[in-house]
Write a new protein. Structure first.
Length: 51
């Protein structure tokens, strides 16, 4: 699990500059803060599919 987390953090850091601010926020909340897609959707008042 730690290896997967480390890999995701590396990829996020690498591709971060290619993402929009909204995409960066979603990714950060999902991978770094461990929020579910439903929780992120609720916080941003969008559908789960939009996340």
């Amino acid at each position: 699990m730690l290896e997967k987390t480390t890999r995701m953090n590396y990829l996020f850091d690498f591709y971060q500059s290619l993402l929009t601010q909204k995409q960066r926020s979603y990714m950060s909340l999902y991978y770094l803060d461990d929020l579910s897609l439903g929780e992120i959707a609720e916080e941003f008042d969008v559908s789960r599919q939009a996340v």
